[in-house]
Each structure stands twice: as C-alpha cells, then as structure tokens.
Write a protein that binds this ligand. Sequence first.
Ligand SMILES: Cc1cc2nc3c(=O)[nH]c(=O)nc-3n(C[C@H](O)[C@H](O)[C@H](O)COP(=O)(O)OP(=O)(O)OC[C@H]3O[C@@H](n4cnc5c(N)ncnc54)[C@H](O)[C@@H]3O)c2cc1C
Length: 468
Amino acid sequence: METVIQGSTLEALRAGLRGTAHAPGEEGYEEASRAWNLNAHQRPALVVVAEGAADVMTAVRFARESGMGVGVMATGHGVGAACDGGVLINTSRMRSVRVDPVAQRARVEAGALWKDVIPEAQAHGLAGLVGSTSHVGVVGYTMGGGFGWLGRKYGLNSAGVREADVVNAEGKLLRVSAEEHEDLFWGLKGGGGNFGIVTSLEFDLYPLTSVYGGNIFYPVEKAHEVLSRYASWSASLSEETTTGVAFLNIPPLPFVPEPLRGKSVITVRGCYSGEKPEAGEEIFRPVREGLGEPIMDTFSVMPVAAMDAISMDPVDPMGAVQYSELLRDLTPEAIDALIEVAGADSGSPLIMLELRQLGGTLWGRQEDLNLMGSGDSKFIMNAIGATFTPEMMEGVRAHLARVAEVTRPYQTGDTYINFMELDYASAERVRAAYPPEDFERLVALKDSYDPQNVFRFNRNIAPSKAAQ
Ligand SMILES: Cc1cc2nc3c(=O)[nH]c(=O)nc-3n(C[C@H](O)[C@H](O)[C@H](O)COP(=O)(O)OP(=O)(O)OC[C@H]3O[C@@H](n4cnc5c(N)ncnc54)[C@H](O)[C@@H]3O)c2cc1C
C-alpha cells in the first residue's frame, strides 16, 4: 500500500529544508527519484533533494517519526534495493570538493562525483582512486570499497578514508574517524552505507599526474590465445600495474571508432602507475608479442584525468543488469569456461564480461574490513548486459545464469559489495561479501547504530532479531 503524506505535514517539513521535497505526482518527483540504472524503478513516498547536512538530518528524523525507511542516492549507479514507500534522500546537489595539498587529502560532500574531484586534485599534482568511470559518486563507491586502475598499487579507496560526517538513524550528525566512534569508522569503510548517511567524507590522495594505460583489442576468435598469454604474463606483474581482460560486444554506434564498431572483441587493458609512465611500454610488451596485429592498440601515456578511456564505460543512463564473482585463478579450465560463455560461439548478448586482476594492495590490511575475499581470489569477474526492452532483459538474465553455472567451479564463493545491484543484492550475496567474523561484527554494529533498519534500501545488512 502506498504511504500518503498529509499536505500539512509536507508543508511543515518543507519549511525546515534548504532543499526541496517531492511527493508522488508532484513536479520534480520523477526526476529526483530516477536512477542512472534505468532498471531501478524507485517509488519512494517522498524524495528530499538535500542541499546540506541539515536537510539530511531533517529527512531522516521525518522518516523515523513517520515509521518509514530511508534510502540515499547520489547518481543511482548502484541501487541495491529500490526505495519503495520510503524517504529517498537525493544528494546530487551536494557536490562540493576541497583539496588539502599539504595533507594530500580531499574532502567531498555526499553527492560529489569522481569527475568533480579529479581536476581539483590534479591542480596540486594529486590523484584519487577513481574506478572505471569518473561519473560514479565518490561516497557510494567508497562505502563499498572502491577500486579502479590504480587499485593494485594504492588499494581500495575505503582504506584511505580519514574522517566522515555521518547522520545516524536518529537524525544526529556524528563525526567519525579513527579517534571518534572508531567502531563505526571500521564498518563505514565497506559496510555499504548501512549505518548512516555520510554527508561529507575525507580521504587520501596520491602524488600522480600521468599513467600508461589503454586497451589492445583482438578479434574474439583469438580469445584462447589472448587469455592464455594474459594469464601467464599478468601473474608476474608488480603491484604498480593493474590489468584486466574483457570480452566486449561493441554496439554499432557512430561515436565508436570505425575498426571496433559492431565488433565482438577481446581486449587486454590496464594501467601502469610507476614513477616513469613511459616505462609501461616495456611492461606491456610481452603480452603483445606473438599475438599478431591487433584490431586497435590505444595504449599511451595519458593524464590521470583521461583514465576513463581505459574502461570506456557508458556515461548516459541505461538499463543494465550485472553479475559478479571472485575467481580463484585463470587456469586453462577457467579459460575454456569463459570462452564457452563469452567467446565467438557463445551467443552472448552481454556488452561485457571482464576479469580484473586483484592482489597487491587490494587485498588490504588486517585491521580493515575485508572486502576482496579471503586472499585466494586472483580475479574479479564482472558480466554486464544492457537491457532496453523486456525481451533483452529476459535474454540477458538467462545468459547471466549460464555464466554463473559454467564458471561455478572457478568461483571462490566470495563476492564484492560494489558489483552487486538490485536483485543480486540478496541477503546471502551480501553475507558472502564479508568473511564470517567481519559479517558478525557488522551485524553487531547495525544492532547498535540502526536496530530498526532505518537504512534498509541498500545492499542490506539486517540487524539481528534481538535488536529489532
Ligand atoms: C558503470 C559503472 C561502473 C562502475 N565501476 C566501478 C569500479 O570501477 N569500481 C568499483 O569499486 N565500483 C564500480 N561501480 C560500482 C559503484 O561504485 C557502486 O555502484 C556505487 O555504489 C555507486 O555509488 P553512487 O553514489 O554513484 O550510486 P548510488 O546508486 O547513488 O548509491 C549507491 C549506494 O551507495 C550508498 N550511498 C550512496 N551515497 C551514500 C551516502 N551519502 N551515505 C551512505 N551511503 C551512501 C547507498 O547504499 C546507495 O544505495 C561501477 C558502477 C557502474 C554502474
């Protein structure tokens, strides 16, 4: 049943906001509820477009007093559970960024995107640990860990968090750091936004202005050769190099370079972030050798600000479904399995099936929440389908189920919280994202900070029965 908020109640709420509040049917409601992933149809009872921390506090208190749950959205790239019947806090207008060049840190508001941070940091010769696209929200990304092409060298962005302002389930603003609310500080760095709404976040930046990165595209028919060579080459790399290999079904769109347009390809991609970026040429040479002429080779020294070109993720909103698993290793048998589901004769409707290499600093520190499995996963697999029609959705889902089945023998059973979305964020999948002892600690934290599960529209860690 849809929750209807009385007009007078709504007016009283609006009077206390700097931002705006929209009930279903009102102007602005659809726009403020719409997620980047068009499959996330959210029907909140109210959406509050916040202008600052005070609006977030007001919205959480209002939800609590009205007995509703709270969801939060910056971009809608990672909706874990649709905010149906709850209060959705849209943070997209809270985008300020401040860089401290001496401490080498950035302080961002809840709605800042990586593309807001990059130029501010680069002005001081610094870089943040952006993921595959700079259009993702920094806070949401960091709540699930957050790793990209600098990952093996510098780790997850969550590991570099220094301080956060957090609105808790009572609507109070807490300052959270290694010195204040240290239990919450531990859980915040990977707990998927389960314990409160971060209104601002401070994290480390790193001295870096350019990298060597790109893609070498081969016809998908060469997948066996490319994967075998990639498997042995990548095993010998130092942590200054982060790599991946991806099957791509590239759409026949005008902006795609002609040699790739409408083609099924396999690409070796990656980034070398050592002191002399041009040294990357030599590091990537062995993987090129013996594979013959590629369709295209885009590797070059590039500014940090151009790193979106490595993953070439779509920018405009789209319907997407994804399925991700951590894989033990790229053995000959695993290679055969990947070719069966994504190779030339697989009939794959997916736009991408990618493996990114783990290891190095990504495996994290003992004292942090463990987000990348128990250390026996060398790769993370991420399979994505675009779904513009119900028929496409059916085909993609069926194929993702096949990917799950065929790759099962090579999965470690661990999952990564950030690559989980919508119906993949089930209770079991979320539990599999953490080692059992960490998960237990997270549930205890939920019991103490959010026993009523106010923050439930996410990749949810439910409180224990005792707390409810
Ligand atoms: C195209 C694409 C590329 C991606 N690439 C990478 C990648 O390379 N590496 C990687 O690690 N991840 C990647 N992701 C996953 C992405 O990091 C997550 O989906 C992340 O949650 C997106 O954050 P958002 O704020 O943009 O999305 P939103 O959908 O707005 O938020 C997602 C969730 O984050 C939490 N959250 C957001 N804001 C707050 C807040 N202020 N306080 C508390 N919790 C909050 C909430 O649980 C919310 O439901 C990618 C996703 C997509 C769609």
